[in-house]
Design a protein around this ligand. Structure first.
Ligand SMILES: NC(=O)c1ccc[n+]([C@@H]2O[C@H](COP(=O)([O-])OP(=O)(O)OC[C@H]3O[C@@H](n4cnc5c(N)ncnc54)[C@H](O)[C@@H]3O)[C@@H](O)[C@H]2O)c1
Length: 306
């Protein structure tokens, strides 16, 4: 029998598609953690845990079903529970349904270990991160959301196709809101140390159409197969690994941005204490306007759900 890893990652909503993909990605990436699957549907949690544990036999991680109380003591608590978008439904529509679910989960997890980090995935993720922080009692730095990390990955893949450069060497972010108000930070994007827009393959391209394609990719996937889960599952596992291993990597994530006075998706370095640094991205005038729209939209919804 193998020994149980010391670090624990709980996935609340792990009986569903996004939660199970996250748990599977943690195991398949070789993250040496005990993955705890929790779901309102105990049967779904059990089924996913048993299936994913079958994938762990050559890996350092393990996977099992667990209770909300056990999950409250995990090092990283990932929340994927809740309603998902129907075809053509904006993420913002989910707030009424998912507000109640997130509040009840935070109650069920109590007492939450004081050093835990909570990672929100459920949508609308920026607003739900704010709600999770206020209802969990944890400090702001320890409650984050996946924000526009997935969207930024989509952007980097698209730019890789255009430029022929690896997505890992393209430093470009979707920013603001993981929703219809997200925008591309073109003016801050870099490739090989050069401004991205100086790359010859980007000259004369319709940048707004690239932006729209990225912002609407989730709708395209939902239309074709009902929901999205592999991409976000991998993103959640990468973020959890950075928190567990104290890597201080920079991701565009939902966190509290002091200068803007709200939770929103913005580049931050994260480690074992949660958010370590938030970066002041330079924007041009058009991007600043888009940022203002995103901040206003997030603040308006947060004000209703305080
Ligand atoms: N942030 C992102 O980039 C991103 C990407 C894709 C999906 N999502 C979001 O992830 C969420 C889940 O999507 P999905 O496709 O996995 O849905 P799903 O229906 O497959 O799974 C949701 C799971 O949540 C569980 N659940 C509901 N209430 C619960 C509670 N109170 N406690 C514990 N478990 C509970 C359900 O039993 C179900 O197993 C949605 O809100 C979706 O919009 C976010």
């Amino acid at each position: 029998m193998t020994s149980t890893p010391k670090q624990k990652v709980a996935v609340i909503g792990g009986g569903g598609n996004v939660g199970a993909s996250t748990a599977f990605a943690l195991i398949a990436k070789g993250v040496p953690a005990e993955v705890l699957i929790v779901d309102l549907s105990e049967q779904a949690a059990l089924g996913q845990a048993l299936d994913i544990s079958d994938a762990s036999f050559t890996m350092p991680g393990t996977c099992r079903q667990a209770s909300f109380q056990e999950a409250g003591q995990a090092d990283v608590i990932i929340i994927t529970a809740g309603a998902r978008q129907k075809p053509n439904e904006p993420r913002s529509n989910l707030i009424d349904r998912n507000y109640t679910i997130i509040k009840s989960i935070m109650d069920s997890l109590q007492p939450i270990k004081s050093t835990s980090k909570i990672l929100l995935i459920s949508n609308p993720v920026d607003v739900l991160t704010h709600i999770a922080q206020t209802t969990s009692g944890l400090p702001r730095a320890q409650v984050i959301g996946s924000g526009t990390y997935l969207d930024s990955g989509r952007l980097r893949n698209a730019l890789s196709d255009i430029t022929g450069v690896s997505p890992t060497s393209i430093h470009a972010y979707m920013l603001g809101e993981h929703g219809d108000n997200q925008f591309t930070g073109w003016s801050s994007a870099r490739i090989g140390g050069l401004p991205l827009l100086d790359h010859p393959k980007l000259k004369g391209m319709d940048l707004e159409s690239i932006n729209q394609r990225i912002a609407h990719k989730a709708y395209e996937i939902i239309e074709a197969k009902g929901s999205t889960y592999y991409g976000i599952g991998m993103c959640a596992a990468i973020i959890a690994e950075a928190l567990l291993n104290n890597t201080s990597q920079v991701f565009p994530l939902t966190h509290y941005v002091e200068g803007l006075g709200c939770y929103m998706s913005w580049p931050a370095a994260i480690g074992s204490s949660g958010v370590e640094q938030s970066f002041d991205v330079k924007l041009d005038a058009a991007e600043t306007k888009k940022l203002e729209v995103a901040v206003k939209a997030i603040k308006e919804v947060c004000a209703k759900y305080n």
